[in-house]
Design a protein around this ligand. Sequence first.
Ligand code: FAD
Ligand code: DHB
Length: 388
Amino acid sequence: MRVQVAIIGSGPAGLLLGQLLTNAGIDNVILDRVDRDYILGRIRAGVLEHGTVRLLDEAGAGARLHREGLVHDGVNLAYAGVKHRIDLKALTGRSVMVYGQTEVTQDLMDLRAATGVRTIYNAGNVMPHDFDGQPYVTYEKDGVTHRIDCDFIAGCDGAHGPSRAVAMQHGLKAFERVYPFGWLGVLADVPPVDHELIYANHERGFALCSQRSSIRSRYYLQVPLDAKVEDWPDAAFWDELRLRLPGETAEALATGPSIEKSIAPLRSFVAEPLRYGRLFLVGDAGHIVPPTGAKGLNLAASDVHYLFEGLREHYLERSDAALDAYSTRALARIWNAVRFSWSMTQLLHRLPDQSDFGQRIQESELSWLATSAAAQAALAENYVGLPY
Ligand code: FAD
Ligand code: DHB
């Protein structure tokens, strides 16, 4: 098989890039190690920036998002038992859209299927080759090895896929920070405790109240790195969440059986550069942020924006300027989000080895945020997403 662009990974990055390319008449194939249902079973992000929504609209995948997504004009920080609202809309003129990553992925998969463009699921041993020359991708399916020749390879295969791994052997410089805790997430069919999100700093640890709809909630608790899902039956989760929320919020919390429960470790990681000849790293393949700033999925979308511009200009305008600028342009936005996600993580979690001095600095920053319009504006500007 021969295509213009071979995309490894059928997560949000790969699917969005694929759709934009297809719409522009650029031939592509997507390969994934697992199948569609497995991908749709992974519960992850929930907050979309304006730029991500615009890009999904541009791809033609925005209809259900606008029908079912929840527009949030504000977000809350809670500490010392009090909730402080940050008015995103008043401070930035922008809102965010609450709509699950699973739904984004489903919409993109449905659109791709309706367009009839090729996706190869359950592809084993996917490997990019010869990206400094004539690139091709190999994979195994039903005991047979296949080869796809292409002009470019988009590595949209996440943190553990082959694209980052081969880039590691070609001079990738990694910047990394590992945080000494994880997030335990629960999805439940209960009405959200608040009409907006609440990020809570509490002496027992961080908690986040998020949502998917008026009847489906998503909650998170900071847990030690060695915590196991089995250690957290539903009742223990709800009890702990109540303890970490302001009194009136805790009283309003509706609880019920979890429909998903998982633990994710927190990490910051950036790969430089994001281009290796004709191989590009996109989304989690190139960078990871801790979820505290709700930036992972949104960064995947902004990478896609820059790469799509590059590929579109290459094929339709015969210019490689935007493609050559991909790594630099994407990394500038990535580092902003990495800095914001790191600072939100520092601000809101209890750090196991925190000194008394560090603890007071955290409290001082929280009270500054609660009282200063300038501090709130800085947080809001980053939370709604910096311009592309
Ligand atoms: P992915 O969604 O990871 O997609 C990569 C795709 O590549 C997958 O479908 C995978 O199957 C495929 N792949 C992997 N290896 C191979 C291979 N060898 N061959 C072929 N295909 C391969 N962000 C937030 O903003 N908020 C959150 O709450 C949040 N929670 C998260 C929880 C977890 C457990 C994880 C892992 C991430 C979370 N994120 C969160 C981050 C966010 O979900 C990601 O930033 C986003 O999924 C990035 O999209 P992507 O398409 O780049 O990568
Ligand atoms: C969700 C996840 C986040 O990491 C975040 O900052 C906000 C919301 C969510 O899953 O809804």
